[in-house]
Ligand binder design. Structure first.
Ligand SMILES: [Zn+2]
Length: 320
């Protein structure tokens, strides 16, 4: 087996190496290897970067075969769907989310999902009448997405390879859900999203918030660090800078809180303390979940800080 190639990180916004250690001795819990990773902050803009990191050409070695976003997503139970919908409604009331005005378009709305995984999000949009396009680099996940929404809708390969095939100024919504943190050049991806979205369209990003209370509470054991697949970790401030550098104006941000993430972070903390992998049994899991759900939700509602951030941007004036 070829040894994966490693490199020191350079801040994609400032062009300088990050120097201030932010998270140390981070484990890759999914691979269960002995490797430890370090994340450092750029002293200029504050972006938190994995350094050293696998080179772009070697990163695929660090995605396990059973990486969840690449698998077919099972149907949630009715109870879980109800709880999730209720939580979303509550957060919606506090942090309204912008939407594409489908009624005024006079045609089918169009979405591009960059890093569409197994196609669950596109399937939902297709069922609402949207014209759906997707890009997915993992061949197995792309195959599942093609089964969900049709072969022509999904480009299999990297974003760089797909870019020439994607129409400019065409999409009403360009989604990058849990994607930006995986990319060696997130700024290039957002600049491409800027070129692909219509003048009135939205670029929609979901990404972990490294400045969140959860991140600060769990530190190196925070579930969303996900070393070494997360090449960088954003905050509200660094997302504002990154969107601006891509010619996008941030129109809304909102926290999202997923109690399961906090639960797994807690398992990671105990595993580190006890020097063995701790996985709660089903009953304990249900109890911890019931305790964490109101805590994480109320934290998100009151402080605007959850495990991840939703961010929406539009083309800044004069940048079409
Ligand atoms: Zn920087």
């Amino acid at each position: 087996m070829v040894t994966p190639q490693w490199e020191e990180a350079t801040c994609p916004l400032c062009g300088i190496p990050p120097q201030m250690t932010r998270l140390d001795r981070v484990r890759d819990w999914s691979q269960r290897s002995a490797a430890r990773y370090t994340y450092k902050a750029c002293r200029n803009c504050g972006l938190v970067l994995l350094s050293p990191r696998p080179a772009a050409s070697a990163i695929e070695h660090y995605y396990p075969a059973d990486y969840p976003p690449h698998l077919r997503q099972g149907e949630s139970s009715a109870k879980r769907r109800f709880v999730r919908a209720l939580l979303e409604r509550l957060v919606d009331a506090r942090f309204p989310r912008p939407t594409v005005s489908v009624v005024t378009l006079g045609r089918r709305p169009r979405i591009l999902d960059i890093g569409c995984g197994s196609g669950g999000y596109l399937k939902r949009r297709a069922s609402q009448g949207w014209e759906v396009w997707g890009v997915e680099s993992d061949p197995d996940a792309a195959n599942l997405a093609q089964q969900e929404v049709g072969v022509p809708a999904i480009h299999v390969g990297t974003l760089d390879a797909a870019a020439p095939c994607l129409p400019r100024n065409y999409f009403d919504l360009v989604a990058l859900h849990d994607v930006l943190e995986h990319l060696h050049n997130p700024l290039a991806a957002l600049r491409l999203a800027h070129d692909l979205v219509t003048l009135d369209g939205l670029v929609e990003v979901l990404t972990p918030d490294v400045d969140s209370l959860e991140s600060r509470a769990f530190r190196s054991n925070w579930f969303s660090v996900e070393a070494p697949r997360h090449i960088q970790l954003f905050s509200k401030a660094t997302l504002q800078v990154t969107f601006g550098r891509a010619g996008l104006r941030v129109v809304a941000m909102r926290p999202t809180s997923i109690p399961t993430f906090a639960l797994v972070s807690l398992e990671n903390v105990l595993s580190e303390r006890l020097h063995r992998r701790v996985c709660f049994d089903r009953l304990t899991r249900a109890g911890v979940f019931a305790a964490l759900a109101p805590l994480t939700l109320s934290t998100a509602m009151l402080s605007g800080s959850g495990s991840s951030l939703w961010v929406w941007g539009t083309k800044a004036s004069g940048t079409c």
